[in-house]
Design a protein around this ligand. Structure first.
Ligand SMILES: *[C@@H]1O[C@H](CO)[C@@H](O)[C@H](O)[C@H]1NC(C)=O
Length: 275
């Protein structure tokens, strides 16, 4: 009887833990820029990435250089003002933007990911803002953009290749202080790329899952110390962007450890029931 009660409460705990457990997936390559391709989206032929999401821009000249395996962006000034006053309230006037979608429908589920990562070469003193634009749950209407986070918050451009990691947790709030809904991403946008004339090479665009973490709850109870997101092998200039990723991975690992501990409790309770 006591064993049954123990089992019941242990199962309830396990269910609660399962509900909280991160639903992280593997890393997903958005684009390696090894080829250019297009697809018909909304009746129009559009340049697309490996996920079938299209690229677009205003006030930015851009092209994919398959020899460099990078998208080359040149900042211009389009004098757009605040393009969608309802979607980007309180932001500085927009001079240009470049965006990538991660699906053809512009309604992408980011909840299985922890960061957007890429390598970037840009001139010293250059900067840009990043935001996640928002679709409503109906995947049709546009809602308020996520908080704007400048590149200079993470690292400074100096003409060499830098590994940039944008932790999604930094975009969890929208521009009016509400919750950004990670289930319904419209697109990932770089806004106000400055100064005019600055040329950037962006490569290896990846959505990071629970980098470096074991894929199954039962596989390991030790949290990995470092994240695959730090990319020690891929990029010679990785150090400054590596900060946020291990924290995420460690947190995910810790949560998994907790879940594994509860599963152990369930196992013990079942064992108690059997004797
Ligand atoms: C980023 O956006 C915020 C909000 O519009 C603005 O205050 C800030 O100056 C921008 N920074 C850059 C580098 O564009």
């Amino acid at each position: 009887m006591i064993a049954l009660r123990t089992l019941a409460s242990a199962l309830a705990l396990a269910a609660a833990a399962a509900a909280q457990a991160p639903t992280c997936g593997p890393d997903v390559v958005v684009d390696d820029f090894a080829k250019t391709q297009s697809a018909v989206i909304g009746g129009e032929s559009r340049p697309v990435n490996l996920l079938g999401g299209d690229y677009g821009a205003q006030g930015v000249t851009w092209s994919i250089d398959t020899a460099k395996r990078a998208v080359v962006l040149t900042a211009g000034t389009a004098n757009i003002g605040v393009p969608e006053p309802q979607a980007n309230p309180g932001t500085a006037p927009t001079v240009n933007y470049w965006f990538a979608k991660f699906d053809a429908g512009a309604c992408f589920d980011l909840t299985k990911f922890t960061a957007i990562e890429f390598d970037l070469v840009g001139p010293a003193g250059s900067d840009m803002n990043f935001t996640l634009t928002q679709k409503a749950a109906n995947c049709a209407d546009r809602l308020v953009d996520s908080a704007y986070n400048p590149l200079s918050k993470y690292l400074r451009m100096d003409g060499t290749k830098k590994h940039v990691s944008l932790p999604l947790k930094d975009f969890a709030t929208n521009l009016v202080g509400g919750k950004y809904d990670m289930l319904h991403l419209k697109d990932w946008t770089a806004v106000n790329i400055v100064p005019a004339g600055a040329v950037f090479e962006l490569s290896n665009l990846v959505l990071k899952g629970c980098a470096g973490a074991a894929p199954s709850a039962s596989a390991s109870t030790t949290a990995p110390k470092t994240s695959g997101g730090a990319a020690p092998s891929a990029s010679p200039a990785a150090p400054s962007a590596a900060g946020p990723s291990p924290t995420q991975a460690q947190k995910a690992g810790a949560e998994r450890s907790a879940a594994a501990g509860i599963i152990g409790t369930v196992a013990a309770a079942v064992a108690a029931l059997l004797v």
